[in-house]
Design a protein. Sequence first.
Length: 320
Amino acid sequence: MTTTASEALAAAADAARLAPSVHNTQPWRWVVRGDRLELYAEPGRQLREQDADGRLMVLSCGAALHHALVALAASGWKYEVDRPSGEPLAVVRAVEPVPADPHDMHRLQLLRVRRTDRRAVTEEPVSEEALDALAAGARRGGARLHVLRHDQVLQLAVMIEHAGEAESRDERMRAETAAWAGGERTGGTGVPATALPAQRPLTTVAERDFGVAGTLAAGEGHDAAANYAILYGDGDERPDWLRAGEALGELWLTATGRGAAVLPLSSPVELEFTRAALRRMLGEVGWPYLVLRLGVADPEHAGPPHTPRLGTDEVITVAE
Ligand SMILES: Cc1cc2nc3c(=O)[nH]c(=O)nc-3n(C[C@H](O)[C@H](O)[C@H](O)COP(=O)(O)O)c2cc1C
């Protein structure tokens, strides 16, 4: 049992280690100062080539913030959050202990089982009702979800192909991906071979090419029953990216609770020309943060194992 505010905050930051992040970079750092928990981006783990603006880094920090808040609520703490526009990205204040809500405890369980699933999806689509719940999850987190129509999915497929080609032509981008993907990943970061398909599924919209084959049996399926969506919002500054990450965290836990698999596809956001094309797809009413594939994974076969994480001491400092 956690007792003091500072212990509860440290435990929340610890649980947030499980949050998703681009290439599993875990580009965050937490400082516990009494009843306050500060979140900082860790530029040492930023993708300099694919994410020069830090959009995906801050978005990943937002997902970690979301997970920390879920864990804090589950441990029975009322909190307040401040999101200054610079660094720290967020300051969480533990206000007072309150009776833990079973709903929050359930969300903490979902946080522990959530993972990225790159297997082919089954022929069963995510229901309309579940898609609405995911969109509501994104709104609760502070962003919105646009589920693409079939003609837009075909446009997305072309866009992703172009983004993939552009990135694989670029030697520095290729080297960056290679530095974070494949193999065993004993350092606690990166995407291990066990999470990558042995063969990329034959889909209309291609999964990201990490440049290395993995060991995950991805199945024979297509993506005909998948939905593709754009997570988007009103602005394109760091506070907006942080909110987008919180929205991603909330949407993903909602999906996990409903047996839906989420696969982020960030390459079209990494390049200027495809990001502009995504924005046009949104009718220029919002700024695109991330593309998501939403589907139902095969419940008969085991999904990928969890990816590694940095140790507690590597991401959390408790200030005296
Ligand atoms: C902002 C962001 C972008 C991501 N982009 C991709 C992507 O383009 N392709 C992919 O296969 N996975 C992508 N992922 C999933 C990460 O690789 C994954 O979260 C990370 O490896 C940790 O694994 P886990 O989600 O299973 O815990 C992305 C995740 C985030 C948060």
